[in-house]
Design a protein around this ligand. Structure first.
Ligand SMILES: O=c1ccn([C@@H]2O[C@H](COP(=O)(O)O)[C@@H](O)[C@H]2O)c(=O)[nH]1
Length: 280
């Protein structure tokens, strides 16, 4: 890969729009699709989602939810490896939603798993949790940047419980603000979109403004889950992110996946979400 993750993501978003399709093989979705809640069911489900994304314009990135593969142990990880490879072959960017975070010395292991060339689990980017300290993530950030890959660091998550940690701090100096400022430092100097991304829930962009956080100034791709099933609507997402909106990659998982298993219906749902997000 000759271009940075941020550049590749910006190009994908320019072509496809701001939608990230989450691959979340929940037990209830497998059941609704007429599949067994087994690694074989997981594999059919994941292949269908990648196929739908590959056959339509509208998916800038795919985000497999690692937890929902991990529940099957090594057999689930094998399906995840296969899914990531299929997405790479279809030339679709992947974000492994693993939310990893550890002390620096062991963080290296997670970095190798998700971001090193040759790893069977390698993705274009991985989600990271900074609650052991932003700098504890340095091995993953450095490896991602060295290999033209990216990271998305949790700043303001979409769930209501996140505020109890992320909003803490003195006025105008919250935990979330420190995370965003640290990512901004890592993206400084990038001529296009940076590769150190942030996770800010589509349900909570107004909180960023209330906490005095300059999301646009971070030059970070912003992964925004919460559209659809968690209740965030397109207009409120666009308005809420304001100047940062061009950098926002909006995730929808269940909201689109509930339209399966028919490939045509999934593609229509992707097209509808894309239009909803980009039409003002
Ligand atoms: O703050 C966050 C961070 C990650 N997620 C993940 O995104 C998807 C959302 O799925 P929906 O079905 O569209 O609600 C899921 O994998 C979450 O773990 C998030 O929701 N919020």
């Amino acid at each position: 890969m000759s271009q940075t993750f941020g550049t590749r993501l910006a190009q994908a978003m320019a072509h496809h729009g701001p939608l990230c399709l989450g691959i979340d093989p929940h037990r209830h979705l497998l059941h609704d699709w007429g599949l067994n809640d087994t690694p074989a069911g997981l594999s059919t489900f994941s292949k269908t989602v990648v196929e739908a994304a590959a056959e339509t314009t509208g998916v800038a990135a795919l985000k497999p939810q690692v937890a929902l593969y991990e529940r099957f142990g090594s057999a689930g990880f094998a399906v995840l490896e296969e899914t990531l490879q299929l997405a790479h072959q279809a030339d679709i960017l992947t974000i492994a939603d693993a939310k990893r975070g550890d002390i620096g010395s062991t963080m290296q292991g997670y970095a190798q798993a998700w971001l090193a060339d040759g790893s069977s689990l390698v993705a274009d980017a991985v989600t990271l949790s900074p609650y052991l300290g932003y700098e504890s993530l340095r091995p993953a950030i450095d490896l991602a940047l060295a290999h033209q890959r990216g990271v998305f660091i949790l700043a303001l998550t979409s769930n209501p419980e996140g505020a109890s940690v992320q909003h803490l701090g003195a006025e105008n100096d919250s935990v979330a603000k420190r995370v965003v400022e640290a990512a901004a430092r890592d993206n400084r100097g990038d001529e296009t979109l940076g590769s150190v991304g942030l996770v800010v829930g589509a349900t909570v962009p107004a909180q960023a403004a209330a906490l005095g956080i300059d999301l646009a100034g971070a030059n970070a791709p912003i992964l925004a889950p919460g559209y659809g099933s968690q209740g965030a609507e397109a207009k409120s997402i666009r308005d809420g992110f304001g100047e940062a909106w061009p950098n926002v990659l909006v995730n929808s998982s269940r909201g689109i996946l509930q339209h399966g298993p028919n490939l045509g219906d999934l593609k229509l749902a992707i097209g509808d979400a894309r239009k909803d997000l980009i039409v003002k």
